[in-house]
Every structure is written in structure tokens, then in C-alpha cells.
Design a protein around this ligand. Structure first.
Ligand code: FAD
Length: 458
């Protein structure tokens, strides 16, 4: 018989919901996690996944050992489309078995006191006076109710809680649009022959990469807006450009969000984290550690609010403030500007790889660890003459430069707005109006580019 009361109900026992439950339980909060899948299935659709090594210490997670750790990868190499230039940056990434990692995370949450129910699906929210009073859920014994003070949506890209709420200016309830998603399609290759780069190898133009997988196999994957078929076509085209051959042993695909998060991550008695809040890194779609950052803030804020028995949106607001003014502002900038950079033609990207100071190891490290596009002023000065020559000779189209400058300015204004995220809900309405205006430009440009990609690869 399932229990009928908890302080917090977390919907979704993926990485975000489980990490949040662990943090809250350590703070002495009574947490119940509802997960619709059998726990042994979690992570099996993805298989191998990456986490930056430094994140383990930052998030208080012991390093993986034994079969969970597939490879310790020490570099990321960014390749020009013609393979003429490869820029390697030192960055230690752990390649891990996701199902084993999920089991370990569940064990930590349980040891700290959280209860995790498997094969139990959240079906609805009970509300009274604008506050949730509990949830309804369905398990093998039928439907049941759990009363609680706080509900957290950690249900992944579908946003099971968020999308069931009535429309409200505080908590956007629209489901994610196809054109705001990237389909990640990856194949695991065996029987490899040819010249294979070490560790992680990344290709801006195809939003593609290859990296070691289970045993001697290699993952060859791409990201592609909206369409699984187009993702597969794009992956085949990407694979044909690689300097080695292999046979696909297995393949898998899934969706990651590529859009701004909801303008607010809280309402009365409600919070949203992880893919449900579109918190993935805009430059590679990874979402595990970026959500852990949000979960840590959410756990601190929720524990304090529960301690005061004040679950109003005002009491939960510091989660918005602390998330959006830092990581949220950086991700908003990158979400707005990346399409203008990625949409350069392969020839233009090849040319930029020959310009000193554009693609650098320091730049790759700053992007992956600090989520910033960095260039030092002296380096930028050195790049200017060859860039101008490139424009004059047609290697870099003026239209492309103008597009990057225009989107860079919009992205800069968006970042500034998020750094000034309102400190109190009373100022939220005016802030949202400004944000909507800026995002309408960035979203239009991104959707135009995604539409072009779909026509190219359909
Ligand atoms: C192919 C692929 C490869 C990836 N590789 C990486 C990588 O290497 N590194 C990285 O950082 N990120 C990677 N990502 C992204 C990463 O997987 C996600 O960002 C991350 O899993 C998000 O975690 P989450 O807990 O927010 O959501 P999810 O992992 O989607 O978890 C949500 C959970 O909620 C459950 N749920 C949904 N609805 C309900 C309901 N109504 N009731 C109860 N439970 C419900 C789901 O069953 C699910 O278990 C990859 C994504 C894909 C598709």
C-alpha cells in the first residue's frame, strides 16, 4: 500500500529528480519520488554517457568505479569540416554506463531517506486556493493520492506536471514544440578501420561527434532539429566524411530540448527542474550536470521554504533568481547566438579554423566549463586582419558576419536581462514583456535555421 503523505513529491526518477531527492533528504525533508518506468530500465535507452570529471566533486558525488566507468577521456578535439585542422583541448570527461550510474544515484537518495516508487505514473494535481495539496498517481494497485506541500516536475522533456496545469502567467504550461527539440541519433560502431582520433572528437557543422563507447566500439552521433529520420540522414552524411570506417552494431535516438526555459521555474507549491525546464547545455545538448546545478539551488530554497512552512511563489522565488542570474543567463546567451555560428557553411568554418584566435583550446575549455564564449582582446586584434581579408576574398560571406553580429547583439541583450532577473515576483510581468520581445527575434532566427536544416536532411 503506497503512503498517503509526504513533504515533497518529485515526479520523475531520472538524474534530476533523483539528485534533488538526495539533496532534500540530506536536508531532512521527507521526499517521495514517482517514476513511471521500472528502475532497471532507466538509462538503458542512452547507454554510454558523458560527465565532466570535475563535476563529481562539485556535486558531492563519488567517482564511478568498475564497470560503471567505461573510459576516462582527457581531450576534446574540435575538427574543421575538411579535417585539415583539429584543435585539442585538455578537458577530462568520464564516459560511463548510464544504467549503473542511475542505480548508484537511487541508492544514495534512498540511503539519505528518500522513497522512490517505480512503475508509478503521476496522473494529476490536486489544488486548493491556488496551491497544490497533493498528487494523484497510478501504480499496479490502481490510482491513489498523496498529500504534500510541494510538487516538483522532474519528468523530463514532456513536463508531465507543468503541461497539466491551467494556463497561468507564472508557470507556462505549453508542451515543447518539435522545432524546439534536437533529436540525438547515435550509432555504436565496431570493426573499425582507418585513422581514429583520440577521446572526444567534435564537428561544429554537423553538430556531430565520435567518442569511445563500450569495449572497443565507437559512438558516432549527431544532433538534428525535430525529426528522427532527418537525424539519421544527417548522421549517415556525417559518418561518410570521417577518416575511418566501421559497422553499426547498435543505434539509439532520443530528444533533448533546445529552447529557453520557462520564464519562471516556480509557482505556489511548485518547482520544475532538468529537461522538464529545458536546462540542457546549448552547445552540446547534455543536461545532467547543468540540471544538478539547478537542483542544488532548488534544494536549498525548498528546504528553507518548507522549514518556514511558506510555499508561496515569493518564498520559492530565490530559485528563479539564483538560477537565471548565473547559469540561466549564460545558457540564454548561447541558445540565442549558437544557431548563427553553427549555420556557417562548411567552407566558411574551414576558413575560420585557419584564422588564429578563433577556435582555441582555451575557448573550448571556457565553453565547456564556464559556459562562456571567450576571446582575449590581443587575440581578437590578431584575428581582425585575416578576417577582413577573408570577407574581401569571399571566404566568409558578409551576410554570415552580419548575422552573427546581429544575433550576438540580441543574445547579449538577453543575457543582460537575465543577469537582472527580478528579485521579487512583483517585477516579473514587466520583465517578461522585455524578455518576450528579445526572444521573438532569437526564436525566429533559430526556427528559420532549423527549418532550412529540415529541408536539407528530410
Ligand atoms: C541519446 C542521448 C544521449 C545523451 N547523452 C548525454 C550525455 O552524454 N551527457 C549528458 O549530460 N546528457 C546527455 N543527454 C541528455 C540527458 O540524458 C538529459 O538531459 C537528462 O537525462 C535529463 O534528466 P531528467 O531527469 O531531467 O529527465 P529524464 O532523464 O527524462 O527523466 C525524467 C523521468 O521522469 C519519468 N516520468 C515522465 N513522466 C512521468 C509521469 N507522468 N509519472 C512518473 N514519472 C514520469 C520518466 O520515465 C523519466 O525517468 C543525452 C540525451 C540523449 C537523448
Amino acid at each position: 500500500m503506497a503512503r498517503s503523505v509526504a513533504d515533497v513529491v518529485i515526479v520523475g526518477g531520472g538524474t534530476s529528480g533523483t539528485y534533488l531527492a538526495w539533496r532534500l533528504s540530506e536536508a531532512g525533508i521527507d521526499c517521495l519520488v514517482l517514476e513511471k518506468e521500472p528502475l532497471d530500465m532507466l538509462g538503458t535507452r542512452i547507454g554510454p554517457f558523458h560527465m565532466e570529471e570535475e563535476a563529481f566533486e562539485r556535486f558531492g558525488i563519488p567517482l564511478p568505479e568498475g564497470d560503471e566507468l567505461l573510459h576516462r577521456l582527457e581531450t576534446i578535439t574540435m575538427w574543421s569540416p575538411d579535417h585539415g585542422v583539429g584543435i585539442a583541448a585538455g578537458l577530462t570527461t568520464l564516459d560511463m554506463d548510464k544504467p549503473t550510474f542511475m542505480r548508484r544515484l537511487h541508492a544514495y537518495a534512498r540511503e539519505a531517506g528518500a522513497e522512490i516508487l517505480q512503475e508509478v505514473e503521476f496522473t494529476g494535481l490536486a489544488r486548493e486556493g491556488g496551491f497544490p495539496t497533493g498528487v494523484t498517481a497510478k501504480g499496479s494497485d490502481g490510482e491513489f493520492e498523496v498529500r504534500c506541500r510541494l510538487v516538483v516536475d522532474a519528468s523530463g522533456i514532456g513536463g508531465a506536471v507543468r503541461t497539466r496545469l491551467p494556463a497561468s502567467p507564472w508557470f507556462e504550461n505549453d508542451p515543447i514544440a518539435d522545432l524546439d527539440t534536437l533529436v540525438v541519433y547515435m550509432e555504436s560502431w565496431g570493426g573499425l578501420e582507418g585513422e581514429i582520433g583520440v577521446d572526444i572528437n567534435s564537428y561544429l557543422h554537423f553538430q556531430g561527434w565520435y567518442a569511445p563507447s563500450y569495449g572497443d566500439e565507437l559512438i558516432v552521433g549527431v544532433g538534428m532539429p525535430a525529426s528522427p529520420e532527418a537525424a539519421r540522414n544527417r548522421q549517415q552524411a556525417f559518418a561518410a566524411t570521417l577518416p575511418f570506417k566501421g559497422e553499426a552494431v547498435t543505434s539509439t535516438s532520443g530528444r533533448v530540448p533546445y529552447r529557453r526555459p520557462p520564464f519562471s521555474l516556480v509557482d505556489n507549491g511548485l518547482m520544475v527542474v532538468g529537461d522538464a525546464a529545458f536546462m540542457n547545455k546549448p552547445f552540446n545538448g547534455e543536461g545532467v550536470t547543468s540540471a544538478f546545478t539547478a537542483c542544488r539551488i532548488a534544494a536549498d530554497v525548498a528546504a528553507e521554504a518548507l522549514g518556514r512552512d511558506d510555499l508561496t511563489r515569493e518564498a520559492l522565488w530565490p530559485y528563479n533568481e539564483r538560477y537565471f542570474r548565473d547559469q540561466g543567463a549564460k545558457f540564454a546567451f548561447l541558445t540565442a547566438v549558437m544557431p548563427a555560428v553553427v549555420s556557417l557553411s562548411p567552407d566558411e568554418i574551414d576558413f575560420l579554423y585557419t584564422v588564429p584566435g578563433i577556435f582555441t583550446p582555451e575557448g573550448t575549455q571556457a565553453l565547456n566549463l564556464e559556459y562562456e564564449l571567450k576571446s582575449d582582446p590581443a587575440g581578437a586584434l590578431k584575428s581582425l586582419p585575416p578576417l577582413l581579408k577573408g570577407i574581401a576574398s569571399g571566404k566568409l560571406r558578409l551576410h554570415s558576419v552580419a548575422n552573427i553580429v546581429r544575433m550576438g547583439m540580441t543574445a547579449g541583450a538577453i543575457k543582460k536581462l537575465y543577469e537582472d532577473y527580478p528579485g521579487h515576483p512583483v517585477d516579473f510581468g514587466a520583465w517578461v514583456e522585455k524578455a518576450k520581445h528579445l526572444w521573438s527575434k532569437a526564436d525566429r532566427a533559430r526556427h528559420d535555421y532549423f527549418g532550412c536544416l529540415l529541408r536539407e536532411w528530410a
